[in-house]
Design a protein around this ligand. Sequence first.
Ligand code: COS
Length: 379
Amino acid sequence: MDFQLTDDQLVLQDAAKRFAQSEIAPIAAEYDQSGEFPMEVMKKAWELGLACVSIPPEYDGTGLSLFDSCLVTEELAWGCSGMTTSIMASDLGLTPILVAGSEGQKKEWFKFLTEEFRMAAFCLSEPEAGSDVAGLQLLAEKDGDDFILNGTKCWITNGGVAHVYTVFATLDRSSRHKGVCAFVMPSDTPGITPGKKEDKMGQRASDTRVIHFDNVRVPRSQLLGQEGEGFKVAMKTLDTTRPSIGSLAVGIARRGLDESVAYAKERKAFGFPIAGFQAVQFMLADMAKDIEAARLLTRQSAWMIDQGLRASKYSSFAKCFATDIAMKATTDAVQVFGGNGYTKEYPVEKLMRDAKLMQIYEGTNQIQRLVIARELLKE
Ligand code: COS
């Protein structure tokens, strides 16, 4: 077992770190306040090969392993998790094509995403089906060789800015997971209308929307995999992307620790820097050890997926553990800052708001525990 990163990985990690420090962190607070979408940052990330990183080199992509993309994600998230979510949402959106696309579909859609700056979105959640994917209601009715889609998706990251959507719909609402199909389509297909941008508590730079599908005609050539295979395509996609969520959470937690250490050395109480008090030191120590553990779990699950191993349980370990420790670390960071931490003049309240979303999206942490428990009981 070798815990040392290779020279290439160190170069990649450093490139992402410099991008986060120079292009993301300085404007993070401004975009958090305004809720505006950071289009220029997205474009630059794409130009540098830090977005759509999972497209293989044979389709002109960067072709990063999941392990390597986790290195990038942690660094970017240190700068701003809302912007990093937007960058990563393209990889989430294109993963169903990697999982189930035919050779022709990969060529077509990866070319579309690599020939110029474009983004993708993963359209799975619905108003009445968030955790319960098999209960989704977006209907796909057959019409000759086409499908006609009707219904609503919600909580779609990049919903209002993506050029490509991967969409999950059912042929028959009563057949639960056996009826689900996965499709890929341009976001400007007639009948698709994004709703207003959600006014969120955290990760405010990311674009999250409801998407309405009103008689959207999709040719069979845009069906990913076979009819009825869509549920498994969604599950395999989430198995693959959950380690990245772990890395994103590690990046947020690490920022909380860095800010706390710097502040604790400066801030004085009872005539001494608060870093000298054990009550503060213990919080810093817990943050540091939790970050290390979360990073190891995340890298292990990413490595397993890179080896082609089934990693549902490990992906859920990583997602659940890392996002829970990010919530704790950022809450403690606010505590280290005291009253100052509760104001928008200091960066830690944003981290705490941002961390909360991590326990909810890409499967709530209750769902992660359910996946883990099912795997344990199956064993
Ligand atoms: N990989 C491959 N196949 C999988 C799988 C996986 N990770 N997980 C389940 N399957 C298969 C099962 O083997 C079963 O196959 P068969 O019909 O051949 O037996 C089928 O899929 C149905 O599985 P299951 O019975 O476990 O489905 P459930 O409806 O009980 O629920 C959960 C599964 C709850 C785990 C799923 O709905 C889930 O992950 N929900 C969270 C969704 C989510 O993360 N949303 C966030 C949106 S993206 S930002």
